[in-house]
Design a binder for this molecule. Structure first.
Ligand SMILES: Nc1nc2c(c(=O)[nH]1)N[C@H]1C(S)=C(S)[C@@H](COP(=O)(O)OP(=O)(O)OC[C@H]3O[C@@H](n4cnc5c(=O)[nH]c(N)nc54)[C@H](O)[C@@H]3O)O[C@H]1N2
Ligand SMILES: Nc1nc2c(c(=O)[nH]1)N[C@H]1C(S)=C(S)[C@@H](COP(=O)(O)OP(=O)(O)OC[C@H]3O[C@@H](n4cnc5c(=O)[nH]c(N)nc54)[C@H](O)[C@@H]3O)O[C@H]1N2
Ligand code: SF4
Ligand SMILES: [Mo]
Length: 709
């Protein structure tokens, strides 16, 4: 029989890059994924996992029906409608007995790539009345929230990558991750081409990373600090900027409250002190500070290497302070950074929203008295919220597009927590670790089976852009759109579900297309125009930064060095955490072939299929370990076994691994999970309870035969 081939235009929804793709469809299946050369943002770029998008949709491990756990502990198919009513019944019983705070929602990375899922998951959650909301935001970037709460925010917008003459990337490797910072759209799409083009027009690139990453290889200046010492490094860069008077005095005078306090707190953090703590020569620190501050435009942005390390809140605070002190923000009259296309336009104002320290007032958890921040409890306490006795202990957990069993610190505790729940529901297209432990697994549509648009992703685009895609292949009959599961669950629980300002009628639910149109109705292009632009829609630039909205706002100032930040700086400067038994520092990094756990089980995708422990060849030689040998990596919190890999891009004294590998099923040969080495009590930050998840002290030794048995 001849196969029917057609070509569809869509975009990939595995990461924020949202690359435009062309799909060859044969007999209803995606046979090939190609980059869309006509895509105005990604320009034909795709990555190895994006090109395997067909395997993620049609692979043998794809769930085509929802599952329920049997008394024997195995999983059996269940119709989704039945699963929804069962789940609603069990939730009701839990709430009747223990109150709404016994129910929690965990929102994972992949829910963000389906525009309709986050608002509907939240709509269901709001109806429960629970305070127990968790997401990966408090795993990978809550330090940035803490900065905004303690420093305040300048509302005029940040300088852009496109016209910058310097850029500093710290603890982020956008050539691999497509990240590059916190949603500033700097180097998210087609990252190595974007960086090379910027270098060609004269941009100077500074990279701070203990590994000579794919991004660092393109840099003018690469600083490789001892992992976990970034806060001190940024204090030192600021020290140089302020003592050499390279700062933007006008911006500081107009928008900051306490520049003198900052300068005073940094007075002792000389390049010599930084050299001793970070292991970077003092003159290189001075050079980097002069190059950054001496340029006219461009920001310092930071990723997981800072946000997940020790002193993460302080490190992020000082990165932000460097940008403020150098005035790297858009001023009144400058063209505004207007990337809202489908979402509501907010005027950019040259004024400050002052620090509100909202984290001092949010819902208080019984775990360590930790408070909610931006309506979420920190994921670092999720396992304890489930395990520690208490009247409002979490007994039911709904997981949306996430895999907390693999992602949370302290793997053993995370698994114990998942196993001890009265009800665990996981919405996931495959049997992830979390799904394997779940009472119900709801099988959702996958990316090319659902209509979608880029409303949530627009801050990541380098210019105002939006794209719509229809569903381009038909979903298996047993699956349901993520948003529809949450709407049906709300209905079965007798809760109203509000979406885009209206209460939805579950008896006559809108289509996905109608929902997408409602979501975009406050945007600046008509939905029909979006639908009519298969390669996406460049919305054009518009508007300028305007002045203060009100007289009294003009007096608002940013706080650069509040007392608690100053105390954290003192602690970072005196931190001598090196324990003789753990002489190396484990750093965590992402790989091209997987997005967190997605991709780790696609056959042949990850080279070697595992998660090796990479060390500098000289470090391996020093302990007599050969490349390819099995080693045991130990930390204060646990140990794991991995294959040693010699990697000369690493700084001496560091070990590098990737997160979200491994399986609860010992028959799976998919590498090890790095969170066997992290602990929920290690280096915990005040405010957001963020434990150390990179720059973890470890030892590496050859695995002996007894250990292997
Ligand atoms: N020690 C250490 N630990 C880390 C990190 C680290 O650097 N160090 N990194 C951390 C980071 S940054 C993060 S974000 C977390 C990752 O934390 P999570 O976001 O919880 O993990 P993912 O593996 O991304 O989970 C996504 C799940 O969604 C599923 N999925 C894919 N497509 C769909 C879909 O269309 N619908 C639904 N419903 N599900 C879908 C996938 O199968 C997968 O199981 O891990 C963290 N863990
Ligand atoms: N291909 C791919 N892309 C992804 C993901 C993925 O898993 N794979 N995950 C997505 C997610 S959820 C996130 S949050 C983003 C993250 O995006 P990024 O933050 O860019 O993640 P990485 O590429 O791991 O870059 C982190 C860098 O920090 C360095 N590092 C580790 N410890 C330290 C330290 O103590 N100090 C400094 N200065 N650097 C350190 C590591 O060597 C690594 O190069 O990526 C997203 N994109
Ligand atoms: S996974 Fe790869 S192809 Fe897909 S959006 Fe991200 S970078 Fe692009
Ligand atoms: Mo993340």
């Amino acid at each position: 029989m001849r196969s029917v081939t057609s070509r569809a235009t869509s975009y990939c929804r595995l990461c924020a890059s949202s690359c435009g793709v062309l799909l060859d469809i044969e007999d209803g299946r995606i046979a090939r994924v190609l980059g869309d050369a006509h895509h105005p943002i990604s320009g034909g770029y795709t990555c190895p996992k994006g090109r395997r998008g067909g395997d993620l949709v049609h692979g043998p491990d794809r769930l085509t029906t929802s599952m329920r756990r049997t008394a024997a502990g195995t999983h059996e198919p269940v119709p989704v409608a039945r699963a929804v009513t069962d789940i609603a019944d069990r939730l009701r019983a839990i709430v009747d007995r223990h109150g709404p705070d016994a129910v929690a929602l965990f929102m994972g990375t992949q829910q963000n790539f389906a525009a309709l899922t986050p608002p509907m998951a939240r709509a269901w959650f709001r109806g429960t009345g629970s305070h127990k909301l968790f997401s990966t935001m408090t795993i990978d970037q809550s330090a940035k929230w803490v900065v905004a709460e303690r420093m305040g925010t300048y509302l005029g917008g940040r300088q852009r990558f496109e016209d910058a003459d310097v850029w500093l990337l710290a603890g982020t490797n956008p050539v691999v991750s497509g990240n590059g910072g916190d949603g500033d759209g700097a180097v998210v799409q087609n990252p190595s081409v974007t960086l090379r083009a910027a270098r060609e027009r004269g941009l100077r690139l500074i990279v701070v990373d203990p590994r000579r990453t794919e991004t660092a290889a393109l840099a003018d200046i690469h600083l490789a600090p001892r992992p976990g010492t970034d806060a001190v490094l940024f204090a030192g860069l600021l020290h140089v900027v302020l003592t050499e008077r390279l700062h933007d005095a006008g911006f500081c005078h107009r928008y900051t409250a306490d520049l003198a306090v900052l300068a005073d707190a940094l007075a002792g953090v000389t390049p010599g002190v930084v050299q001793r703590i970070c292991g970077i020569p003092a003159d290189r620190i001075r050079d980097a500070a002069r190059v950054f501050a001496g340029a006219a435009r461009g920001m310092a942005t930071s990723g997981t290497g800072l946000c997940m390390g020790p002193h993460s809140n302080l490190a992020e605070h000082l990165v932000a302070a460097l940008n403020v002190v150098c005035g790297r923000y858009l001023r009144e009259g400058e063209r505004a950074d207007d990337r809202a296309v489908l979402t509501r336009h907010q005027p950019a104002r040259a004024e400050v929203a002052p620090a509100t320290r909202a984290f001092e007032h949010g819902f208080r958890s019984r775990i360590g008295g930790v408070r909610a921040i931006r309506g979420e409890l920190p994921s670092g306490i999720l396992a304890d919220e489930i395990l520690e006795p208490g009247p409002d202990r979490v007994r039911a957990l709904i997981v949306s597009g996430g895999n907390p069993a693999a992602a949370l610190p302290d793997r053993g505790k995370a698994l114990r927590a998942m196993r001890s729940l009265d009800l665990l529901v996981c919405v996931d297209p495959r049997m992830s670790d979390t799904a394997r432990l779940a009472d119900y697994v709801i099988a959702p549509t996958t990316m090319y089976e659902r209509a979608d648009h880029t409303a949530i992703m627009e801050p990541f685009f380098p210019q105002p852009f939006a794209q719509y895609t229809p569903a381009v292949v038909t979903a298996p009959p047993g699956v349901v759109d993520d948003w529809r599961f949450f709407l049906d669950l709300a209905a079965a629980s007798g809760q109203p579900a509000k979406f885009a300002g209206r209460i939805l009628d579950p008896a006559a639910p809108p289509t996905s297309e109608q929902m997408l149109a409602m979501m975009a109705e406050r945007g600046r292009i008509p939905f029909a125009d979006l639908v009519g632009a298969p390669h996406g829609h460049l919305a054009g630039r518009s508007g300028a930064v305007v002045g203060s909205a009100a007289e009294e706002n003009a007096g608002h100032r940013l706080t650069l060095m509040p007392e608690d930040v100053r105390a954290e700086l003192r602690a970072a400067l005196t931190d001598r955490a090196v324990a003789a038994q753990f002489p190396l520092l484990l750093t965590v990094r992402r790989i091209r072939e997987a997005v967190n756990s997605t991709g780790t089980r696609v056959p042949g995708l990850v080279p070697g299929g595992a998660n090796p422990a990479s060390l500098h060849p000289d470090d391996l030689a020093a302990v007599g370990i050969a490349d390819g040998q099995t080693v045991t990596v130990r930390s204060a919190s646990g140990h794991l076994r991995a294959t040693a890999r010699a990697d000369a891009t690493l700084a001496r004294g560091t070990v590098s691994m990737t997160h979200c590998f491994g399986s609860v099923d010992p028959r799976d040969d998919v590498g090890v999970n790095v969170n066997a080495l992290t602990g929920t009590g290690d280096g915990v930050q005040s405010i957001n309870a963020m434990p150390t998840m990179t720059a973890v002290p470890v030892a590496v030794e050859p695995t002996t035969i007894e250990q292997d048995m």
